[in-house]
Design a protein around this ligand. Structure first.
Ligand code: ATP
Ligand code: MG
Length: 208
């Protein structure tokens, strides 16, 4: 499977190549942005969507999540200056638990002449088989995996993925929430407009 060369449809129109990078983004950070920007470059994608989970059902109950609205606002602030990288509210619009398979299906309907590339960090890739209707996911997209420091990124049996090398950044939202709570520096780990928004919205003050 050749991913780097954009293909042509029978009508001759080149399909729009869309990267779909889903997450909780609580908060978005440079690991997300560097991944989105570099996968876009490596695969000649037209756009990469940072798809904000409305209800990240695998995380619900494990900790207090910021509201979907606040997480979307942070992602919008994070990508505002980035060409070809967009915040997507498609899962907030749909409501309820956020299943990637539904999002891929909806994007195919919205953009019939498109090729979808699902971008996953290694930890997300390893858990693919725990998702809703995992068999269907691969029907709608090509799966792209990026390595994350300290994570063995194998896709479960039955899935085929292409690996894209991006600069590895050892940063996570979990660590950043803790940094925010202890007033440790966030500069250069989180885009500046997002840092302002975090303090404006009063997020992460009581994180343990
Ligand atoms: P948390 O620590 O709260 O789980 P996170 O940093 O893992 O947050 P998520 O919103 O859970 O961020 O992740 C969204 C997507 O981004 C996942 O596919 C995840 O693997 C990927 N990702 C997160 N951080 C990085 C990073 N530093 N490098 C590459 N991919 C990353
Ligand atoms: Mg995560």
């Amino acid at each position: 499977m050749q991913l780097s060369a954009p293909s042509e449809t029978e009508s001759g129109a080149r399909p729009v190549r869309i990267g779909v990078f889903g997450g909780t983004f609580d908060p978005p950070h440079i690991g997300h942005l560097v991944t989105a920007i570099n996968v876009r470059y490596a695969l000649s994608l037209d756009r990469v969507l940072l798809v904000v989970a409305n209800e990240p059902w695998q995380k619900v109950g494990s900790r207090t999540l910021s509201s979907a609205k606040d997480r979307l606002a942070m992602v919008q602030a994070a990508v505002a200056a980035e060409e070809g990288i967009e915040a997507s509210d498609i899962e907030l619009q749909r409501g309820g638990p956020s299943y990637t398979v539904d999002t891929l299906q909806a994007l195919r309907t919205l953009e019939p002449n498109s090729e979808l590339f699902l971008i996953l960090g290694g930890d997300a890739a390893a858990g693919l088989d725990s998702w809703e209707r995992p068999d269907e996911v691969a029907k709608y997209c090509q799966i792209i995996v990026v390595d994350r420091p300290g994570v063995l990124s194998e896709v479960p049996p039955g899935f085929t993925a292409e690996r894209v090398a991006v600069p590895r950044l050892e940063v996570s939202s979990t660590d950043l929430r803790q940094r925010a709570a202890t007033a440790a520096p966030l500069q250069h780990l989180i885009p500046e407009p997002v840092i302002s928004l975090i303090s404006q919205l009063g997020l992460y003050g009581d994180e343990q």
